[in-house]
Design a protein around this ligand. Sequence first.
Ligand SMILES: NC(=O)C1=CN([C@@H]2O[C@H](COP(=O)(O)OP(=O)(O)OC[C@H]3O[C@@H](n4cnc5c(N)ncnc54)[C@H](OP(=O)(O)O)[C@@H]3O)[C@@H](O)[C@H]2O)C=CC1
Ligand SMILES: O=C(O)CCC(=O)C(=O)O
Ligand SMILES: [Mg+2]
Length: 740
Amino acid sequence: MSKSTIIYTHTDEAPALATQSFLPIIRAFAKQADIQFELADISLAGRILAVFPEYLQENQRVPDALAQLGELVTKPEANVIKLPNISASMPQLTAAIKELQNKGFAVPDYPADPQTDAEREIQARYDRIKGSAVNPVLREGNSDRRAPKAVKNFAKKYPHSMGAWTADSKSHVATMESGDFFHNEQSVTVAEPTTVKIVFTDNAGSLKELRKPLALKAGEIIDATVLSKKALVQFLQEQVKDAKEQGVLFSLHMKATMMKVSDPIIFGHAVKVFFAPVFEQFGEQLAAAGVNVNNGFGNLLANLDKLDADTRAGVEKAIVQAYEQNPDIAMVDSDKGITNLHVPSDVIVDASMPAMIRNSGRMWDKNGKARDTKAVIPDSSYAGIYRATINFCKENGAFDPTTMGTVPNVGLMAQKAEEYGSHDKTFEIPADGKVEIIDEKGNVLTSHQVEAGDIWRACQAKDAPIKDWVQLAVNRARLSETPAIFWLDENRPHDRELIKKVKQYLGELDTHGLDIQIMSPENACLASLQRMKDGKDTISVTGNVLRDYNTDLFPILELGTSAKMLSIVPLMNGGGMFETGAGGSAPKHVQQFNEENHLRWDSLGEFLALAVSLEHLAQKTDNPKAQVLADTLDAATEQLLLNDKSPKRKAGELDNRGSHFYIALYWSQALAAQDKDAELKATFAPVAEQLAAQEAEILAELAIGAGKPVDIGGYYAPNAEKTAQAMRPSAKLNAVIDGL
Ligand SMILES: NC(=O)C1=CN([C@@H]2O[C@H](COP(=O)(O)OP(=O)(O)OC[C@H]3O[C@@H](n4cnc5c(N)ncnc54)[C@H](OP(=O)(O)O)[C@@H]3O)[C@@H](O)[C@H]2O)C=CC1
Ligand SMILES: O=C(O)CCC(=O)C(=O)O
Ligand SMILES: [Mg+2]
């Protein structure tokens, strides 16, 4: 890899489609500054193929791009543009496997109930692909997410729609008051490097290590906590009942993708509670048929044909009974009858809660009508921020995008910090007993009494990432002259350990003249909301989960979407990773693309990420042309916003491809207009002319087929040629770009 190489990631769904159109453009532009783009396939399908080489024919095998990138990001030369990828829930993983098999790739089935060592090995490989398997590997740095000025100004000038709020809204957040992760947490900082065991002792006294020992570094924070199954089930039962009594919709908001071990289990309990009549009568038969509702209620429906006719009729009757006796449930797709409990990856808390708040606190019922909703977020560690926001809106009405301030985020994320690194330390407890973390000297660091079915987990946060995070917060506060609040709760054991370090590291840095405070998440949220309403900006400095939540919550309120965020990951060893926006891969957009050949994905996140990536390369490799490309791209992006050339929602209007034409036009015009680099000026002046002269014809070519279905030969592994053709339909535009 040359030092002037930028890695661009090939991911999934809408961003992967957009890449087919955008990458040829940026390759052609960047080539003029001797910069190459290498495409790394970290799509779900690509990751599956990469880990099963022995099942594939020679010519079907692919390199493990994720493993390679995982190494690259620890090196100073790393320059990676990371688009959002699928964090696969089980239904998505199974569908991707099936699609690959149908295409002639002989990858194995997912063994749901492995019996042999070989099956266990297959399952283990798939489990590493499942859920959020990419981001934690690549994020060797903390997170700096913010709305660039141009984007914020655009939102103020052209505000997105925002549902009204009234004080009589019955929408609310329900969260546990005891027995959950928050209330059971224990936390310690280890002074010296050590190795710890996680030991489960059952009530008969027999010991079992739940995993292999874990190495901890000096200064590392380790915490453990447990969520009680009994308390959870009781809480869920109360919430179903309460939603019925209040006449509001019932909805559950989890992160079953990122929290791939704990949250599907919690999701499963919610399905079993809501559909209690089904499981009370037919629990055993359903289990025997292989039904696992940790993968959603949809899993039960998909397995109905495995039941004998009588049982099936009984189950179907009990389902009807559950719907009748329970509150109405929030819908993901009322036309297709898909509820909030069908698929764990359909409702992901970071995006689903802000969407609900933006929509007057309402979700959709089975008739497609927006209604007040109970949002159930079982663990209370972070649910308070949504409660605070909802209460704030009830009191103050909806936010006004034309006047509101902004809440950027500096998030602790590096080296699998906190909950998001807990998968391999999360266990559904098999029997009553206790779980302890014991160091190599035999000291018991944490100890929890547990019961069968409880979910126990440990989290780590290393010292170096914490120090880096505090430094990043101070840098951002200084550079943007903005007050910063650390969202940390002194009543929470983990946060208490963190606060000690924050205070220590703040003391070592120059914070003269800066306004830096520490507040509990709920208070920090309220303070930030109040300031935001008054048009003031406040940096939120948070742990990993709130990084995720806040960088959808605030942008969705401020900008209408988190796709327009600048998401920088300054890698701890000097490289740069540039994420494109703060949101996901927009499955709904692919559906629309397939049906109507219209891609409403907004690549603004890609434009912003590319500019900072080019700037990073300019500085690291002393390439002034790259800096000119970066500056002119930023100017082009601003132009695109001013002229409102972002994709629109409906077929026939400008879509993703059209917006790529405009970015190419404005970028080449800006290059032609600048005087810092004569070569670039001379190269791009004719390009700008050709694009401008052919604007109408190119747009017409891009619009051919709008409104009609388009077949790209697959979902997880679409046909490359068909996709490229669909995404690059303008011969005239291609001629200019490919001629560069
Ligand atoms: N960094 C990453 O890799 C991330 C990956 N994910 C993964 O993405 C998938 C989907 O996640 P989900 O929570 O549904 O969230 P998404 O962000 O994909 O979708 C939510 C909604 O946000 C809007 N949206 C998001 N991005 C854009 C964009 N670029 N342009 C226009 N609108 C946009 C769309 O709304 P509208 O209907 O208004 O068009 C979309 O339906 C999951 O597999 C998840 O795990 C999620 C977050 C981050
Ligand atoms: O990695 C994932 O599963 C989601 C990431 C995400 O939502 C985020 O970083 O904001
Ligand atoms: Mg997120």
